[in-house]
Design a protein around this ligand. Structure first.
Ligand code: SAH
Length: 373
């Protein structure tokens, strides 16, 4: 049997693995053993799983595999940020994940899709179009490769926090993302507390409601504008799910979860959403929900139509919102020299949505690039 016909066990959370072992005629507790080997010890060779009988190990190698995307390249920024480019379909498609080491934590920013369908006007991933959803295996593999890579380098601690803020919209790949989140938080997996796993969404309202039923992870919402008229220009999804509906869903998510806050993200775009009037309108809007606000200085990329707001404008914006009692921080750009900052993750893939082509034509029309490009 080739690897493509075998079951990739990275696709299965604990419940899935229990079902797999029962189908093999084994006891469900084998799932915990397998998870400890794979996710906690980083052992992926069945032959080394010595608390399972030789016969079972043989059966596993016949029916199953533990298959990873291939690391095509790694880069390290001068600020310590590291980026991995992972091939997911032979050489055709690649995705990126980014590690952000800080004093008190080590955060991994994970991708959920090859490209993105949402086309937010300031995000370079969106400009590349969309190819497909990632599988659970491809999502959890990002954590496995980086976490165990760090431990093999001799570091005491691997990844401590995960943010689903890489390429793609995690809530549009709901089931695969949730199965991967299960493994991140499982005591036999990476045992991360749900507070340390953040799902970031542009505002897929029905999926936020569904998320509320099935998990307790931290929720970040990419808001970027204090009113519908402006948000529609920046986040086209707002036409489908306007701010009022989004906020109703956020309120339900936060209700009954003690000491939890929604994180609102707000990209600072010069002359677009960064005036003091915007800051006041924003404070009034988000002040009605337990929340904190992250201001993200816009990260440029080739042919971007926006510029980042000036530092003094960002400072004044932050002070205006904080003066209304809302915790507001300006996120420091990390890994800019290796294009690893928010919205700069593009991977390499075949666009099936034709959006990259349309974008090329738009740029030609506004004279940003010539045909030669
Ligand atoms: N689709 C999800 C997660 C991916 S984007 C979401 O929208 O939340 C992760 C964050 O980076 C989002 O807040 C996104 O709006 C922001 N972002 C995208 N492009 C950016 C850019 N060029 N500069 C700064 N932040 C950007």
């Amino acid at each position: 049997m080739s690897n493509t016909e075998k079951i990739n066990l990275l696709n299965l959370n604990r419940a899935g693995l229990e079902g797999f072992f029962v189908d093999l005629g084994e006891k469900p507790f084998r799932a915990k053993q397998l998870m400890q080997w794979v996710h906690q010890r980083g052992v992926t060779d069945f032959a080394q799983m010595t608390d399972m009988s030789k016969e079972l190990r043989k059966k596993l190698s016949q029916k199953a595999c533990i298959a990873f995307p291939i690391i095509s390249s790694t880069q390290q920024s001068k600020d310590g940020t590291r980026k991995w480019l992972l091939s997911v379909d032979g050489t055709e498609n690649a995705i990126e994940c980014v590690l952000i080491p800080e004093k008190s934590r080590t955060t991994l920013c994970i991708s959920s899709q090859v490209g993105c369908t949402l086309n937010c006007s300031f995000c370079s991933t969106g400009k590349q179009g969309f190819n497909r959803n990632l599988t659970t295996a491809e999502i959890i593999a990002q954590l496995h490769l980086v976490h165990h890579g760090l431990l093999r380098e001799g570091r005491k601690q691997g990844v401590t926090n995960v943010v689903m803020m890489g390429m793609g919209e995690p809530l549009l790949n709901f089931d695969a993302v949730m199965a991967a989140v299960d493994m991140m938080c499982d005591d036999y997996g990476y045992a991360l507390s749900k507070r340390r796993v953040t799902i970031s969404t542009a505002g897929v309202v029905p999926a936020i409601k569904k998320l509320n039923q099935v998990t307790d992870v931290s929720l970040a919402v990419s808001l970027h504008a204090p009113n519908d008229a402006l948000r529609e220009q920046l986040v086209p999804l707002n036409r489908k799910y306007p701010i009022r509906e989004l906020f109703d869903a956020c309120r339900v998510y936060i209700d009954g979860r003690k000491n939890r806050k929604i994180t609102f993200e707000y990209v600072m775009l010069k002359g677009v959403n960064d005036s003091l009037a915007h800051a006041r309108e924003l404070a009034k809007l988000i002040g009605s929900i337990p929340c904190k606000l992250n201001l993200i200085p816009f990260n440029p990329y080739p042919y971007a139509i926006y510029q980042c707001s000036d530092t003094t404008t960002i400072d004044r914006f932050r002070e205006t919102v904080s003066s209304k009692g809302i915790i507001t921080v300006t996120r420091r750009a990390r890994g800019e020299d290796i294009d690893a900052a928010c919205g700069q993750l593009v991977g390499q893939f075949k666009d099936r949505s034709r959006r990259s082509q349309k974008y090329q034509i738009e740029l030609e029309q506004i004279g940003k690039i010539s045909h030669a490009c």
